[in-house]
Every structure is written in structure tokens, then in C-alpha cells.
Design a protein around this ligand. Structure first.
Ligand code: ZN
Length: 155
């Protein structure tokens, strides 16, 4: 078995154990330099946290472990097709290699697909299922937060 298949098998095993504990069938393994640096399972049912996705948990754990928000060179092995939130998190972390074992098509008959969310996010913002509006409030007498940030950066 190739290393890639071994890591994916581990992600699937995590997903299977999670289902047996009452969770959703998603597990993820994050690999750097040929070693597992972090893993995660979906915790939405257990924690009531809608962001408790396997890939996001693995990214958080790896970033904390490595004391860096950048995980360049890491490879994600996810049991299921990552949702847009996890995909964005991986992009923010600089992860460029992502593999998944179950596609959105595989998951659709089970209600385990993020395809509708991907489809909605591809529409112009004004046509999406949320109100998303610019409200440029700048409290009078208060230092602008971006100006403050720049000053702090400059020391
Ligand atoms: Zn996700």
C-alpha cells in the first residue's frame, strides 16, 4: 500500500470510529514530511459547533503544534470532500495538496454533501442566501482599528 493510501485509510478509520461513537462519518489526517502531524474527526453532533469539521480541527491542531498559521508543504487526507469552510481554511494555511476518498456525489444519497453550499457560493454575493452588506461604522472619537493595527505593527 502506498503512503498516500495508508494515510487515507487512517482518515477513513477515524471517520468509522467517529460514527461508532455517534458522530458523522468524517475524519482527516494532515501529513508533513511523511509524518502525521495532526488529525481530526467531525465533532458537530457532540459539540454543537457547526465549525467542528475534521479538516478544520486537523489544521488548528497542526498550527498550534507548529506555532505557525502557515502549514506550507502539508498534505490533507480527508475521508470526505472538504466543504468550502475547510477548503478556505486550508488555503489560508497554505496547504496545496488535498485528497479526499468520498466525493460529494458519493455522499449526496446520504445527505453528506457540501455541493449545494459550493453552488450558492459561486453566485454573486447579492444573489446568495444571506444578507451581506457593507456598513462602514467608524465610532467618533475612537482610533480607527486599521490605523491602530498599523501603528502597532510599526512598533
Ligand atoms: Zn468542512
Amino acid at each position: 500500500m502506498s503512503d498516500a493510501d495508508r494515510f487515507m485509510t487512517e482518515a477513513i478509520a477515524l471517520a468509522r470510529e467517529n460514527v461508532r461513537r455517534g458522530g458523522r462519518p468524517f475524519g482527516a489526517v494532515l501529513v508533513m514530511d511523511g509524518e502525521v502531524v495532526a488529525h481530526g474527526v467531525n465533532g458537530v453532533v457532540e459539540t454543537h459547533d457547526p465549525t467542528s469539521h475534521a479538516e478544520l480541527i486537523a489544521v488548528r491542531a497542526a498550527a498550534i503544534k507548529r506555532h505557525s498559521p502557515i502549514l506550507k508543504g502539508a498534505t490533507m487526507y480527508a475521508s470526505g470532500h472538504p466543504c468550502p469552510m475547510c477548503l478556505a481554511a486550508m488555503r489560508l494555511a497554505g496547504i496545496t495538496d488535498i485528497y479526499y476518498a468520498y466525493s460529494n456525489e458519493d455522499g449526496a444519497p446520504f445527505g453528506l454533501t457540501s455541493a449545494p453550499l459550493y453552488a450558492d457560493l459561486q453566485k454573486p454575493l447579492a444573489e446568495q442566501q444571506m444578507n451581506f452588506a457593507y456598513r462602514p461604522v467608524r465610532p467618533k472619537g475612537e482610533e480607527d482599528i486599521y490605523d491602530l493595527w498599523r501603528k502597532m505593527q510599526e512598533g
